[in-house]
Design a protein around this ligand. Structure first.
Ligand code: IPE
Ligand code: IPE
Ligand code: MG
Length: 278
């Protein structure tokens, strides 16, 4: 966590990007329209987190359980990944963003794996925000793979069982070397972790009212034209809950952070807004 004007900024925010399908359904559009909008909002969210001084942003894009969805929906999501990964190279290089992908890769198409490797290689030395995308990710799967790795090390004489510590397992997870998230946001108002960063989130503050009425893409919703993506106001909504210091946070946004100042429209959501999407 960094400290600005006495205000704590989360070092690492993790977001479960949920509610895309319901958002689209409410607009009488196919679920896949919601996924496309979600991908667009994500670009803005990354930029906003960077502006706010967040060092790591991890987003849950596709879970190990999401393969159970209809084939057509999975196909659209995979196509969105393809485009996103390819387009991200130039954007990340321009904005000094380091990009990483976590999750199990063997089930992904070879061209998607190539695009992931290319994006990671090209952006490896960037020194700005680290952007981590979880694709075919599940915590249980990640922990099982980590345990297998440790078992192999023991079998090969690299490691003694008595030397296994929490750090040993942490070092065998996909997130090895990345600090644990200190703020976990779930859009859509659901309150589950859905197999996301179970080990790493042991002490994360949870915030599920973010975009409580509309889900991730719902960030767009207060703009009837749906042209702009004011995701920042929703990130901003989570921060005071994290710091417990709303006034100081707003003062910080208004005075200390010019890049952000232009974009914040408050209040974010009425206190009596429903907590869940119907
Ligand atoms: C999250 O939105 C995106 C993915 C899981 C890929 P959903 O698709 O889960 O949308 P809802 O929760 O059904 O509205
Ligand atoms: C969690 O959302 C997974 C991602 C956001 C990628 P889901 O919509 O898949 O989770 P459940 O089914 O509500 O638990
Ligand atoms: Mg969902």
């Amino acid at each position: 966590m960094s400290e600005t004007d006495g205000l704590k900024i989360p070092q690492h925010i993790a977001i479960i990007m949920d509610g895309n399908g319901r958002w689209a359904k409410k607009r009488h559009k196919p679920r896949t329209y919601g996924h496309a909008k979600g991908a667009k909002v994500l670009e803005q969210t990354l930029e906003d987190c960077d502006d706010l001084g967040v060092k790591y942003l991890t987003v849950y894009a596709f879970s190990t359980e999401n393969w159970a969805r209809p084939y057509e929906e999975i196909k659209v999501i995979m196509d969105l990944f393809r485009q996103y990964l390819i387009n991200s190279v130039e954007k990340c290089m321009k904005n000094n963003v380091r990009c990483m992908v976590i999750g199990e890769r063997s089930r992904l198409s070879p061209d998607i794996i190539d695009a992931i490797n290319n994006l990671e290689d090209k952006t490896r030395d960037n020194t700005g925000i680290t952007f981590i995308v979880a694709i075919n990710y599940g915590s249980r799967d990640e922990i099982m793979r980590g345990i297998s790795g440790i078992a192999s090390d023991v079998k090969n004489g690299i490691l003694s069982p008595e030397d296994i510590t929490e750090g040993t397992l942490a070092g065998h997870l996909d997130t090895a070397g990345i600090p644990d998230p200190d703020l976990m946001i779930r859009t859509s108002g659901e309150q589950r972790l859905s197999n996301f960063l179970l080990w790493q989130s042991a002490y994360a503050e949870l915030y599920e009212r973010f975009c409580n009425r509309h889900g991730m893409t719902g960030c767009l919703l207060d703009d009837p034209s749906e042209e702009t993506t004011p995701s920042l106001q929703h990130i901003a909504a989570a921060f005071p809950a994290f710091c417990g210091r709303e006034t100081a946070f707003l003062r910080y946004l208004q005075s200390e952070c010019p890049a952000v100042r232009e974009k914040v429209f408050l209040p974010v959501a009425p206190a009596d807004a429903p907590l869940r999407i119907d």
